[in-house]
Design a protein around this ligand. Structure first.
Ligand SMILES: [Zn+2]
Length: 230
């Protein structure tokens, strides 16, 4: 097993920190699937580098420097993922591992050339936003598919990039960003969701539905909504 890198920690803290004051080492250990002892060691290292602050019994936060570095790496990572799918025709379940290897060898100058070549993209193949050169990350009002109510139609905007098995499964269902999903039924007690996807009906486990981010679909038949779009 390869060791979990600085970059993965920074990105994990960045993601877990959203909406919270700090991130517990327990939740980091669960998120990264590494032993608590390894987390403690890495946090100490990151703290020495000035990238995180760790208050015992409270948790970890990124310093300003750590936050900048997380966004810089996220930008490089996502630019490579897009390059590998778009230019080298790799499939979306293969590119995370490759981008992970490439990002460590990528200078800011190379990242700028990549962005230019790709025409300054804002979204990677998994629908994840690409931070700008200045470290700005576009926000959207997305929420997990599992929180959609029965009868709602939503648009898939973002899927997680880290699990190749999940990405292949989603690909088999044609659940790519942009897909329109109608929630037909939500089973109680954390049961599965029944969804309409194109012509077909699918049953999606709650664990999968938790990981898919969606937005409300603009109702094309509603003239008022349509007018707002123009
Ligand atoms: Zn990735």
């Amino acid at each position: 097993m390869t060791s979990t890198s600085v970059q993965e920690y920074l990105q994990a803290i960045y993601r877990l920190q959203t909406g919270h004051e700090s991130v517990s080492t327990t939740s980091l250990s669960a998120y990264l699937e590494v032993k608590p002892a390894s987390v403690t060691g890495m946090i100490r290292k990151l703290q020495r580098q000035g990238l995180v602050e760790h208050v015992p019994y409270q948790g970890v936060t990124l310093t300003l420097e750590g936050g900048k570095e997380a966004l810089r790496l996220l930008r490089i990572h996502r630019l490579w993922e897009l390059f590998l799918t778009k230019v080298l025709n790799m499939s979306w379940d293969e590119v995370h591992a490759e981008a992970h290897l490439l990002e460590h060898a990528t200078s800011d100058r190379l990242a700028d050339r990549l962005a230019e070549f790709l025409d300054h993209p804002e979204i990677d193949p998994h629908g994840q936003p690409i931070p700008s050169r200045e470290g700005a990350l576009p926000t959207r009002d997305s929420f997990p598919l599992s929180q959609a109510d029965e009868g709602q139609t939503v648009t898939l905007v973002e899927v997680p990039d880290v699990d190749p098995d999940l990405l292949r499964y989603l690909g088999d269902l044609a659940l790519y960003p942009g897909a329109e999903i109608q929630v037909l039924a939500v089973a109680p007690f954390d049961g599965p969701l029944t969804i309409r996807l194109g012509e077909g009906k699918e049953v999606l486990g709650r664990r999968v539905a938790d990981k898919l981010l969606v937005t409300y679909t603009v109702n094309k038949e509603n003239p008022e909504e349509a007018a707002k779009d123009q």
